[in-house]
Ligand binder design. Structure first.
Ligand code: CO
Length: 207
């Protein structure tokens, strides 16, 4: 079963060691990534590949619609480990245009458990409904909602006690908001970077 994947794996490991014979030995001894990626689980958004980073260079947390809910033990465990133990320098919350999770949050259809998971996006949608209504079509409205969702998650991460404590003890760490485009493979930096407790972003102004 899955023989093609096992063959791919063997070839990949061989390529890595051909270029750098100590590659895996080094990784085994130490994990020291400078970045934490919080992204969507979507298979078209492969974290390491998009930013050209090797194993060991990017700590990754992915879930449906790249959420950072302050009550989610999975995300919080990743965040604390990244900040307190790995001491990452940058955290990127990375959404993507055309996100099915974001669309599903606001299409009014019932799906079950995932409706609860996506609830924070409906809150963002509600908070910015006046701005969103001005977009001419559904597609651009949803893409803006993808951006607004990322901005909200950046705020969640930056206002978390783990970040506040890290900044209080002088640790240098920045939280960034990006949106990835499936159509051209490029990342759009939303310029909502937070690098300290005193510039917590305000919600973007309407319009
Ligand atoms: Co998505």
């Amino acid at each position: 079963m899955l023989d093609h994947l096992k063959a791919n794996n063997k070839a990949w490991a061989a390529r890595k060691t051909a270029i750098d014979s100590d590659f895996f030995k080094r990784l085994e001894r130490q994990q020291a990534p400078e970045y934490l990626w919080i992204g969507c689980a979507d298979s078209r958004v492969p974290a390491n590949e998009i930013v050209g980073l090797d194993p060991g260079e990017l700590f990754v947390h992915r879930n449906v619609a790249n959420l950072a809910p302050p009550q989610d033990a999975n995300y919080l465990s990743v965040l604390q480990f990244a900040v307190d133990v790995l001491k990452v320098k940058h955290i990127m919350v990375v959404g993507h245009y055309g996100c099915g999770g974001v669309a599903a949050a606001v299409d009014g259809r019932r799906r079950g458990l995932v409706d609860h998971w996506l609830h924070p996006i409906r809150e963002v949608h509600h908070d910015y409904r006046e701005e969103l209504e001005r977009y001419p079509d559904e597609r651009s409205r949803l893409n803006r909602l993808c951006e607004l969702n990322v901005i909200r998650q950046v705020r969640n991460v930056a206002s978390d006690v783990f970040l506040q404590e890290a900044w209080a003890r002088g640790q240098e760490i920045c939280v960034h908001g990006w949106v990835y485009s499936l159509s051209d493979g490029l990342v759009n930096d939303l310029n909502v970077t937070v690098c300290g407790p005193y510039d917590l972003i305000e919600p973007p102004s309407v319009g």
